[in-house]
Design a protein. Sequence first.
Length: 121
Amino acid sequence: MKKSLLVILTLMAVSLFVAAPALAHDGDACAHDVATVEALRDCVEHAIHHGHIGDAEVEQGLLDKLDAAQEAFDRGRNDVAVNVLMAFVNEVEAQAGKSILEPHASHLIEHAQIVIEALSE
C-alpha cells in the first residue's frame, strides 16, 4: 500500500513539472530573435490557435492593434506604432487572467516590450 502511494505521488509530482512548461510554451513557436510587429502577431495567432486567448472579441482587438502598428511602421511612423503597441500591452494587461491565460499574457507583454524597444531605437 505504501509503495503504491509513493508511486502515485511520484507520478503526480513528475506530471506537474512536465505539464507546466508545455502550457507556457506549446512548442516555442514564438520567435523572439526577430523583434518585429509581424513576429508579435505570429505569437498572438499561436496563442489563439492553442486556446490561450478565450474571447473572440479580445482576439480580434489584439490583432487589429497589431495590424495598425504594422501599418504605422510601414509608413515610417515608428512613434505611432509604439503608441499602438502600448495600447496592445494595456489590453493584454486588462485581460490577463480573464480572457488571456496569465502565463501567456505575461509572455505577450514581454514580447511586445521587445518590439517597442526595437522600434524606439
